[in-house]
Design a protein around this ligand. Structure first.
Ligand code: HEM
Ligand SMILES: [Cu+2]
Length: 555
């Protein structure tokens, strides 16, 4: 190859690890400052919480198999409902999508040796286990009862100790997310290899950049709201107490100013994963690179101005309803742009139906359903009709399960070879996909109908007329629970004894595939030089479908 060898003078050396090439397994359980170790720590911890949150969901669905309350008592049901939602959002999707994939991939994708602030990075991760422990400890005091939104006055008058544990836990994860965001922003802006132009930055990195900016603006607002709530519960203040001139709607504003964007915090990194997986597994350059990159930034901006759509039934004045309806419908535009770009990328591509690709395709279909029901909810009269019914539950599970969890799975099947040096088993992967796909539809599709017929959410008992449909959902939930088994077996077995992966099993073109699998400590012996775009399949005279890689992208 003709590219020049650019040796790196004085590579930034991480002390203690100077002459090691790989970490020992037990070093993954320590305060390690390598971004790759931290990424895997995030992923494994988050998956552990996913299993716990999933068990709570199964318990709830078992309760809901019959109309009366006969399996767990209502206050335990409430506690499961609250902690299931909280765990899934704050301890599973956000930490795995941003913390896990972001940490592992961003430095590798921009050609850096680590994150900008490795020690801060480790601190950000290590805030998560105590946060999870605090959340689970809340069960010793009856468990928080007020739902993941924790609206006062309910959250101020039920289970105060458990609620305080809940708040402290969320403040810890929030702090973790702020520290992580600063790190991602600085890493992307400052540590990209000079040979990489901005329009060669992988779309996953654009997504993490947008996500981090959004998290940085919105998370402190949530933290403020929660700390005020903590004061109300424990120290006699009355920010949100209606009987003492407090304002409950103020809490809702503070909460949703974070939590609506939180939806994008979960989905933007997943969109980033999609933009990497789809071109690689269909051997085509991504369609509309700039449109995808800018739409991430647009979603991040518009997403900050739609939070009131969660409060249409909270006495919101009509002009506000109008403004927030319009802004809500506008967010559908950049999201639609991305969907079109992926479909256009798939169009005429040489699609390889790997497990990663199947999950990505599954995500597309699910997300379209969830997105469409979201658009219907943006319209005030309809929202008022289905407010706090199972229609809402159906909508957000399509987005969160179909949209986020499918994306995380796609990402794991795609990058597992890079992370561990071994391939995952495709047969088990496909079984996992089929079970998950059927289970998700079976669990959540019928819920639209329940909602339209008026079944309220967040209750353990319901009118017997809803029983047959609920039983379908419960069967679906068991299918989903079973679907985790082939996945878990696959990860553990493949990690130990899977087929060796080689540096670039998918023949991808982003930088992370130019180093060894798993990457050595500090990522490269010699930093890579970028000679082509991240999705340039088939340039330099090869056919667009070429399986062959272009001349080495590093030298
Ligand atoms: C294993 C499959 C799952 C099942 C069977 C399931 C089931 C449930 C049920 C029965 C509820 C109570 C609904 C209500 O009364 O409002 C619920 C709430 C919720 N779920 Fe799931 N869920 C699953 C996965 C997920 C995932 C992956 C997420 C991802 C973020 C998630 C997020 C939530 C949230 C945010 C709530 C609302 C909790 C609240 O209202 O405080 N769930 N889920
Ligand atoms: Cu929203």
């Amino acid at each position: 190859m003709t590219q020049a060898q650019i040796p790196v003078q004085n590579p930034p050396v991480i002390e203690s690890s100077a002459h090691k090439k790989a970490w020992k397994w037990y070093e993954y359980f320590t305060f390690n400052i390598d971004h790759k170790v931290i990424g895997i720590q995030y992923l494994v911890t988050a998956f552990f919480f996913y299993l716990i949150g999933g068990l709570m969901a199964v318990a709830m669905r078992t309760e809901l198999a019959t109309a009366d309350s006969d399996f767990i008592d209502p206050s335990l049901y409430n506690a499961f409902m609250t902690n299931h939602g909280t765990i899934m959002i704050f301890l599973w999707i956000v930490p795995s999508a941003i913390g896990g994939f972001g940490n592992f991939l961003v430095p590798l994708m921009v050609g850096a040796r680590d994150m900008a602030f490795p020690r801060l990075n480790a601190i950000a991760f290590w805030l998560n286990p105590p946060a999870g422990a605090l959340l689970l400890a809340s069960f010793l005091f009856g468990g928080a009862q007020a739902g993941w939104t924790s609206y006062p006055p309910l959250s101020e008058i039920t289970a105060p100790t458990a609620q305080s544990f809940w708040i402290l836990s969320i403040v810890l994860v929030g702090t973790s997310s702020i520290l992580g965001s600063i790190n991602f922003i600085v890493t992307t802006l400052k540590m990209k290899v000079p040979s990489m132009r901005w329009d060669q930055l992988p779309l996953f990195c654009w997504a993490i950049l947008a996500t981090s900016l959004l998290a940085l603006v919105s998370t402190p607002v949530l933290a403020a709201g929660l700390v005020l709530l903590l004061f109300d519960i424990n120290f006699g203040t009355s920010f949100f107490k209606p009987d003492a001139n407090g304002n409950v709607v103020l809490y809702q504003h503070l909460f949703w100013f974070y939590s609506h964007p939180a939806v994008y915090l979960m989905i933007l990194p997943i969109f980033g994963i999609m933009s990497e997986v789809i071109p690689v597994h269909s051997r085509k350059s991504i369609f509309g690179y700039k449109a995808i990159a800018y739409s991430s930034l647009a979603i991040c901006l518009v997403g900050l101005f739609v939070w009131v759509h969660h409060m249409f039934t909270s006495g919101t004045p009509p002009w506000m309803r109008l403004f927030f309806t319009i802004s809500t419908l506008i967010v559908a535009v950049p999201t639609g742009i991305k969907i079109f770009s992926w479909v256009a990328t798939l169009w005429g591509g040489k699609i390889r139906y790997t497990s990663a690709m199947l999950f990505a395709l599954g995500l597309l279909s699910m997300f379209v359903i969830g997105g469409l029901s979201g658009v219907t909810l943006g319209v005030v009269p309809f929202d008022v009709h289905v407010h706090d019914t199972y229609y809402i539950v159906a909508h957000f599970h399509y987005v969160l399960f179909g949209g986020s969890v499918f994306g995380i799975y796609a990402g794991i099947y795609h990058w597992f070879p890079k992370m561990t040096g071994r391939m995952m088993n495709e047969t088990l992967g496909k079984i996992h996909f089929v079970l998950t796909f059927i289970g998700t539809h079976l669990t959540f599709l019928p819920m639209h109908q329940l909602g339209l017929q008026g079944m309220p959410r967040r209750v353990a008992m319901y009118d017997p007329q809803f029983e047959p449909i609920n039983q379908l959902c419960t069967i679906g939930a068991y299918v989903l629970a079973i679907s985790v088994i082939p996945f878990t077996v696959n990860v553990i077995w493949s990690w130990i004894a899977g087929e060796k992966a080689g540096d670039n099993p998918w023949k991808a073109m982003t930088l992370e595939w130019t180093t060894e699998s798993p990457p050595i400590i500090e990522n490269w012996e010699i930093l890579p030089v970028v000679t082509h775009g991240p999705y340039d399949y088939g340039l330099n005279g090869r056919s667009p479908m070429s399986e062959e890689r272009p001349p080495a992208s590093v030298s």
